[in-house]
Design a binder for this molecule. Structure first.
Ligand SMILES: Nc1nc2c(ncn2[C@@H]2O[C@H](COP(=O)(O)OP(=O)(O)OP(=O)(O)O)[C@@H](O)[C@H]2O)c(=O)[nH]1
Ligand SMILES: [Mg+2]
Length: 256
């Protein structure tokens, strides 16, 4: 979970995560907060939550980064850290601003039994963006349709950041080679996953707008992403079969 100035949201989200995890007996979860030295003290809040012992269903760890370097760099640092550490069957990626509701996690884990990637999608029946204006909905929907045109319709939400990856899939990707920023990073990450495996599932999600704090993703990335999509497609076609090295399944316990 990447954070930048999420001190207010984080305790609420951690409590909600703990509640959901309490109902998942076979899951051992670690929450890795990847903080870019947030001026509002998010990292200290996270350390406090890790130490207070009130959340019995997840371990909390904090990856401290020196300065704000953008969402893409934060994800690469966090994912590399988890892979180096090892021992995880799955990695769930989610925002810290309460836009991604933990109540969708059980359905994502269920789909993960037969998938290497489970995408949380706003653009499936049952998915929604209830707080958005018609204009913002249109821009996002058009952006995703554009991406699907080039990159394939297996994924209906290329720009969302609520996704579950089998660790073996992440190990097979060249994470350090991903270059895009912001929403572009999420498109590039998902497409490199599509190039590696065809075992992709989706779960509809209801995306709630942040209630506190400010958005950090610049809105002027539309043009950049228009160019990014064909460039990413040029890297190669989607995988048609499942790569043998990803077929091995989890070890019985499901960690995150
Ligand atoms: N570590 C780190 N986290 C970041 C950075 N930029 C954004 N984030 C986090 O990434 C997640 C998504 O960023 P948001 O600002 O919510 O972007 P958004 O969802 O497009 O914008 P909103 O509509 O305001 O929610 C949040 O948890 C942020 O705190 C960054 O530079 N570094
Ligand atoms: Mg957000």
């Amino acid at each position: 979970m990447p954070t930048y100035d999420e001190a207010e949201s984080l305790p609420l989200l951690v409590a909600a995560l703990d509640d959901v995890l309490a109902g998942l007996d076979d899951v051992l979860a670690t929450l890795l907060v990847i903080d870019d030295n947030s001026p509002d003290g998010t990292a200290a809040v996270a350390e406090g939550l890790a130490a207070d012992g009130a959340h019995r269903h997840l371990n909390i760890e904090v990856l401290h980064r020196k300065e704000k370097a953008g969402l893409g760099r934060a994800y690469i640092a966090g994912l590399s850290h988890l892979l180096e550490r090892g021992g995880f069957d799955f990695v769930l990626q989610m925002d810290a601003d309460l836009s991604h509701d933990p109540r969708h996690i059980p359905a994502m884990l269920q789909q993960a039994a037969t998938a290497d990637l489970v995408v949380g999608s706003r653009y499936l029946p049952g998915g929604a963006t209830p707080d958005w204006t018609a204009y913002r909905r249109l821009v996002s929907r058009m952006g995703n349709l554009y991406a699907r045109l080039f990159l394939g319709s297996r994924i209906t939400d290329y720009t969302g950041g609520f996704n579950l990856f089998r660790t073996g899939l992440l190990e097979a990707l060249d994470l350090a080679g991903l270059q895009a920023e912001g929403y572009g990073f999420l498109i590039e990450l998902k497409y490199s996953a599509l190039r590696t495996t065809n075992r992709v599932q989706q779960v509809p999600i209801v995306f709630v707008d942040r209630r506190v704090g400010a958005s950090k993703i610049p809105r002027n990335t539309i043009l950049k992403n228009l160019l990014l999509v064909p460039r990413v497609r040029f890297q190669g076609p989607p995988a048609t079969g499942e790569p043998p090295r990803l077929v091995r399944s989890g070890s019985g316990t499901t960690s995150r």
